[in-house]
Design a protein around this ligand. Structure first.
Ligand code: OGA
Ligand code: MN
Length: 222
């Protein structure tokens, strides 16, 4: 079976959804190893590496809308927003819509949208500790990261460190960015960072959002 034949429910293994909901409720974060179909990871990784090789990525910034800033001292990845242009992207995004439905059904979160980008961290790049959403403009509710690089070596660096929501000095998990691993956490409360990588590191970072448009001012999507 090629990735393009894979039904959305097999992209993210069914058992993953239940474990994920339980872990989000209990800890605010979830990490599943081998959670994403490896054939799909391979297709997505190929697409991202092709973009990285042929100038098809944009330098990532921090902040949204008019506050968008390029800060290599804070984050060093280059990105491309998913736009459903390939079968692999469509399969990944379809699996995320299924997950969105499961999350809304189990937790009444009212998630209405998902946005995601490919991320390529060249050797030496990192992303300093941060949270993905600020209280008051809490339109990003749940963050997801799907990892795409196969055979990540033990000395490859690039782990995502998850910190305790009430004590940001306390490390609670270290996620090796190995293809197939899927991480998920509450966007407002879970501090996390990407340690400097020693080799090219590929992933898809995404966010389930609630509609935060207020007073007729449209909240910028990115
Ligand atoms: C992000 C992020 C983590 C990762 O893009 O906001 O925290 O492991 N990514 O790539
Ligand atoms: Mn983040």
């Amino acid at each position: 079976m090629t990735p393009s034949d894979t039904a959305a429910s097999f992209v993210l293994k069914p058992a993953t959804q239940c474990a994920l909901v339980d872990a989000l409720v209990e800890h605010g974060w979830y990490v599943g190893h081998g959670a994403i179909d490896l054939g799909l990871c391979e297709a997505l990784n190929r697409e991202l590496l092709h973009r990285a090789a042929y100038n098809g990525l944009d330098e990532a910034g921090i902040g949204r809308g008019q506050q968008h800033l390029l800060r290599k001292d804070i984050r060093g990845d280059a990105i491309h927003w998913l736009d459903r242009e390939s079968a692999a992207q469509r399969h990944y995004l379809d699996a995320m819509s299924e997950l969105q439905q499961a999350l809304n059904h189990a937790l009444f979160l009212g998630l209405f949208e998902y946005e995601a980008h490919f991320a390529h961290y060249p050797p030496g790049a990192f992303y300093q500790r941060h949270v993905d959403s600020f209280r008051g403009r809490a339109n990003r509710v749940i963050s997801t990261v799907g990892y795409l690089t196969p055979n990540w070596p033990s000395d490859g660096g690039g782990e995502m460190v998850i910190y305790h929501p009430d004590d940001p000095s306390q490390e609670v998990a270290r996620v090796v960015p190995e293809a197939g691993t899927f991480a998920c956490f509450l966007s407002e409360t879970i501090p996390h960072e990407v340690l400097p990588t020693h080799q090219p590191r590929t992933s898809i970072a995404g966010w389930f959002r609630r509609n935060a448009s207020l007073g007729g001012v449209l909240d910028p999507a990115r």
